[in-house]
Design a protein around this ligand. Structure first.
Ligand SMILES: Nc1ncnc2c1ncn2[C@@H]1O[C@H](COP(=O)(O)OP(=O)(O)OP(=O)(O)O)[C@@H](O)[C@H]1O
Ligand SMILES: [Mg+2]
Length: 215
């Protein structure tokens, strides 16, 4: 079993939105997927309930009262249940919780918007990747078509670390989907579907590379 966390210390970067999209994409790709929501806001857990509490992806209830130090135990128990992949959604700003998510991960996806405050807001989380020697990649979310800032952001971000070449557009489908327990591509099959398919392929490649390293 492998663990993917979606992390950024900046709020509203699209962590939960991309976690839901990847949860659906990976479960449709024949993986048995568990979700762990360590954000006290519990947005991913609420999304799963709105989706009708499916078996795949399945939510592993995380009680924050237990204390974040129990996260490795929760991951071990999830592995024993036969899941292939865990996707962890993390909170913004609560560094101790974000770091706990990073520590148990095989790969970390860092969504960011393409504005300068968002880009600079990634420095803290990237330091965590270095501290824990974690494989990660940054993805630009809510990219506007023909916005020159997207290309500029891509260039700047490459100095911080690996950047996924596909960007996720600012699309109504993502906003509409989340409240219905759906993923963006399930609402608007056109552009968001191709973007999330490319994002999932990129993430899957990185997870496979990590698995080969461990083997
Ligand atoms: N690609 C997108 N296109 C359009 N809207 C988006 C996109 N990604 C995220 N959003 C919207 O932006 C807002 C923030 O997204 P989301 O909740 O996923 O971010 P987050 O990083 O999980 O936030 P938090 O830090 O509060 O946990 C939501 O209203 C969501 O619908
Ligand atoms: Mg969130």
């Amino acid at each position: 079993m492998q663990v993917l966390s979606v992390c950024s210390t900046k709020g509203g970067s699209g962590k939960t939105t991309l976690a839901t999209a990847l949860a659906v994409a990976s479960s449709q790709d024949q993986l048995r997927v568990a979700l762990i929501d360590i954000d006290p806001q519990q947005s991913l857990a609420m999304w799963w309930e709105d989706r009708g509490k499916p078996d795949n992806p399945e939510l592993i209830t995380w009680k924050s009262s237990l204390g974040i130090r129990f996260l490795p135990t929760a991951i071990e128990r999830t592995a024993q249940l036969g899941f292939d992949l865990v996707i962890i959604d993390t909170p913004p700003a609560i560094l101790g919780i974000v770091e706990a998510g990073v520590e148990v991960s095989d790969f970390v996806l860092i969504p960011t918007q393409a504005s300068s405050v968002d880009l600079m807001g990634n420095q803290e989380v990237i330091k965590m990747m270095e501290k824990h020697n974690k494989d990660f990649a940054i993805v630009i979310n809510r990219a506007e078509a023909r916005d020159p800032m997207v290309a500029e952001a891509m260039k700047l971000l490459k100095e911080f670390g690996p950047v996924i070449t596909v960007t996720v557009g600012n699309r109504r489908a993502f906003r509409a989907a989340i409240g219905q327990g759906k993923a963006g591509p399930e609402v608007d099959a056109e552009k968001s579907k191709a973007e999330i398919a490319s994002l999932w392929s990129a993430v899957k490649r990185r997870l496979r590379a990590q698995a080969r390293k461990v083997a």
